[in-house]
Ligand binder design. Structure first.
Ligand code: NAP
Length: 355
């Protein structure tokens, strides 16, 4: 069975990444790049796709084609009408934005300060966090793909909370994203001459992924967590470098290595999550750089690398996780969701190895 894919928002960054990955997917017959403007050369717009020989279509021009899968790669709040358009067709819908990420539309409206314009179909969507909701995803046709920071945060947090290793009263997360996290319409602060050798904090009054992280922690562990998420853009294009700080639970008396071994075991059947630095230590003032994940090593891959350390005097646990925001944080997870739904190996068309 080969599938036709619509990629809506093909001129954007996640749209480009979905097209790049689908081009190497053995079960995709044809990709239709879709934009509000017809006839844009993908090769000119995204030179990394040189050779693809594709031009954008408007949705109107493709009225006569029934896709098997639709990837919606639009700014949050822009997917509602398009999803409604495809909901009673045979198509799988995967929305990379936030429109369908909250079961309760009111929460979307509170967090995104926009109207939820498809309340009647919200219940049909499954939250596509592949690490925990595989069974639900398998039975679903409509997926709300998780936010990029959410993926990087949950991969270590969910198993740590499930095993009562950490106290959830106060979890501080500092995350640095590449400039691609802001999408294609970069503001002047993000263009090269301003952002080169620069760091740029944003949304310190509350990042919208905070609610999403707390919501999914509750769904997966039945525990309330208080998350404080601070975000910045770094001087690079792709990737999220995240450090999370929290206290060990009062009863927990384990070493760094015990926790790493637990996480390794938790993810033993997961092709894309790797636990780094087991059996290594950072002693005294010596700096051992090899025991924590490095951001550049996951770029281009669908992987998440995780490690951690403990400050014994304060019982603080510090966790590092890194992902490529455009792959594991967006297009790669979207394709993994599609693979799960069509019942093929979920790694089809994806790689665990960075460039
Ligand atoms: N960038 C990331 O790292 C990342 C990670 C995870 C999730 N996401 C989510 O994925 C979605 C797409 O993100 P992106 O980074 O690919 O965005 P982007 O680069 O800004 O591209 C979005 C595309 O949507 C189209 N569009 C349609 N209606 C629009 C409107 N009213 N305003 C602006 N553009 C409109 C535009 O294409 P045309 O002009 O050709 O129609 C544009 O190229 C967003 O919801 C984002 O939150 C992004």
């Amino acid at each position: 069975m080969k599938m036709n894919a619509f990629v809506i928002g093909a001129t954007g960054l996640t749209g480009c990444e979905v097209i790049r990955l689908l081009s190497a997917h053995p079960l995709i017959r044809k990709i239709y790049p879709i934009s509000r403007e017809s006839g844009i050369s993908l090769e000119e717009l995204h030179p990394n796709l040189t050779g693809i020989k594709k031009y954008t279509y408007t949705l109107e021009e493709l009225k006569h084609i029934e896709p098997d899968v639709v990837f919606i790669c639009l700014p949050s709040g822009e997917s509602f009408d398009i999803a409604k358009n495809f909901i009673n067709t045979k198509a799988i819908i995967i929305d990379l934005g936030a429109d369908f990420r909250f079961d309760d539309p009111k929460l979307f409206e509170k967090v995104y300060k926009k109207k939820h314009k498809a309340k009647e179909i919200q219940y049909k969507f499954t939250y596509g966090y592949v690490e925990e909701f595989k069974k639900e995803i398998k039975c679903s046709q409509y997926i709300a793909n998780p936010g990029c920071y959410v993926n990087a945060a949950l991969c270590p947090l969910v198993p740590l909370i499930k095993a009562n290793i950490i106290n959830t009263d106060s979890i501080f997360i500092s995350a640095i994203n590449g400039t691609s996290g802001a999408g294609v319409n970069n503001q002047k602060e993000l263009i090269h001459h301003n952002q080169f050798a620069n760091m740029l904090a944003y949304s310190l009054n509350g990042h919208r992924h905070t609610d999403e992280i707390e919501n999914i922690i509750f769904k997966t562990t039945m525990k309330k967590a208080n998350i404080s998420l601070v975000t910045s853009h770094g001087n690079f294009v792709r990737g999220i470098f995240m450090i999370q700080c929290m206290k060990l639970s009062s009863h927990v008396n384990c070493e760094r290595n015990d926790i790493l071994e637990y996480l390794k075991d938790y993810y033993k059947n997961n092709e894309f999550i790797s636990i780094i630095g087991i059996n290594k230590v950072s002693e005294g003032v010596e700096k051992n750089y090899g025991i924590y994940p490095q951001l550049s090593k996951v770029i281009g891959s669908n992987s998440c690398h995780i490690s951690l350390d403990i400050v014994p005097e304060t019982r603080e646990l510090r966790v590092v996780s890194v992902i490529d925001n455009l792959v594991k944080g967006a297009a790669g997870t979207a394709i993994q969701n599609m693979n799960i739904i069509i019942n093929v190996n979920e790694a089809t068309g994806l790689t665990r190895y960075g460039i």
